[in-house]
Structures are given as C-alpha cells and as structure tokens.
Design a binder for this molecule. Sequence first.
Ligand code: SAM
Length: 287
Amino acid sequence: MSEVRDKGGALYVVATPIGNLDDISARACRILSSVAYIAAEDTRHTGSLLRYLGIDTPMRAYHDHNEVSQSEKIVADLKNGKEVAVVSDAGTPQISDPGYRLVKLALMEGLIVVPIPGASAIISALSASGVAASRFTFEGFLPAKEQQRQKALVKLCHETRTMVFYEAPHRVSVVVNDMQRILGGDRQLSIARELTKIHEQIFFGSITDAIQALSQGAITAKGEFVLIVEGASESAVLVDADIEKVMQTLINELPASRAADVASKLTGESRKSLYEIAVSLKNSRDK
Ligand code: SAM
C-alpha cells in the first residue's frame, strides 16, 4: 500500500521492536510489506523479524561500513520512483544507529522522507524511569576510555536537564561509580535493563543506592541498558559556577593536581572531581 506518493518515491524510516516483537505497529507492517526493498542494518537480524511477521520483501544491507555508497544507490532508486524502507537492528533508525546519511541525502535531493514511529529505548526507558522527563538530553554512549568518559561527565556536571545514556553491560558499574565521584551520589538514577524482554528490570534510587545494588547483584550486569540521571539542581549549578571561577584562577598559577588540592581545602569538594575540572579547564584553555 502506498500512503503518500503522486510522483517520485519515498523513503520510510521504520522503527522496529527493541525486544518484544509484538511491539511492531500495524502501519510498520504495512509499509514493510509494500516497499520495493528494505535497507537493513543486518539482514539476518531483520530477516528473523520479517519471518515472524510473514513478510517476504527483499532486503539490502545498509550499515555503518557502506552507508555512503548505499545511500547514493538508494537515493537513485527513490528518484526512479521506488519506495524503500530503512530499518536498524532494533528501535528507531538514526538513534545511535545508521540512517542519518541516507535521510540527509534524500532530503537534500528533495525526496519524501516519512517517519514510521515505534519503539526506541530512550523513550521507553524515560516513560518508566520515575525521573522527570519534560526536559532531557540524550547523550548516547559515553566514551569507553576512562579519561574521556570522566571528562564527558565533568562537562555534564552543570546540566540541569535529565540525562539519558545508553551503556554496554560490562561498563554499567564503572560508569555509575564515575557518576558518583563526578556528579555526586545523591542524584536520582533509573537503570532500565532488557526493556520489553523476559528479564526486564527497572531500578530506581540514588546513584549511591545503585552502586550497592550493582555490587550485591540485585541488578545483573547482563543485557542492554539505559541509564537515566537526574539533572543538577539550579542552586548546585550556582555553587559549581563559583567553584569553576576558583579553579579558573588557580590553574593559571598552579599545576592541575596542586590546584585541585587547594580548591578541595577551600570548598570542601572532592579532590578527584576538582582535579577532573582542573584538567578539563586547562585543556580548553590550551586549545
Ligand atoms: N536505535 C535504538 C533505539 O532506538 O533505541 C538504539 C540502538 S543502540 C545501537 C543499542 C543500545 O540501545 C543498547 O546498547 C542499549 O543501551 C539501548 N537498548 C536497546 N534496546 C534496549 C532494551 N531492550 N533495553 C534497554 N536498553 C536497550
């Protein structure tokens, strides 16, 4: 079934389930059945979904490694009037997944791009998080390397919006420990694990509570995770702004570690987080 076209093709950006296959929408099924082909991140993975749905539309691989060449071929097909769907392995394309290049190229060529909404781990996790969700920032995956990850968290210290992170299971504990050191242990944290699947679990508590739950095995470090952290309170941001001013002055006179020692004595804040701030301020100053 064609929904829109009078001339030219259309690119349908189709969300697929993040676990429970019954979360596919009726509209997504209609589109996936009717397009000329489906551009899929992993054709074996999408093949299982299509078999479950009884759909036999042909597929073509479209992933991080062939995005550029495939986007051009798909756009050529769209210009020839074909209708094409793009899907990723799970959830919504473009959200920490391929899709961006193709959508951008299609739009730049004046082609029709139609979103077919459905599951995304961000929204599912937020909806059941217990953390305020009217304003949030999606940070995707934090850097895997310790220093870069901690720097990224230092940059987020003053963020007052709720923050959403995707995370790999083997890093959840270290990330939550970094959060305690850098953001403090009192903020609310929701850990959504294996959403829509058999072992679905939603933890809600403080960052410190989460560390305990992780170390006691109450949250199993297996499967897929979304972490949702409460933003900084406006008053804490004002205090942090003062701390930043103190650090700014100190790093002009002292090495980062000495500046952190002095600032820690002056403010009572943790030396570790002040050291992170000192290094990040020095790096931005020296750029
Ligand atoms: N495009 C997807 C979306 O819309 O959510 C995200 C793809 S990204 C490559 C995969 C990451 O999303 C996982 O590592 C995990 O952080 C998160 N994720 C995906 N499915 C999930 C689920 N069922 N439960 C919890 N997190 C999930």
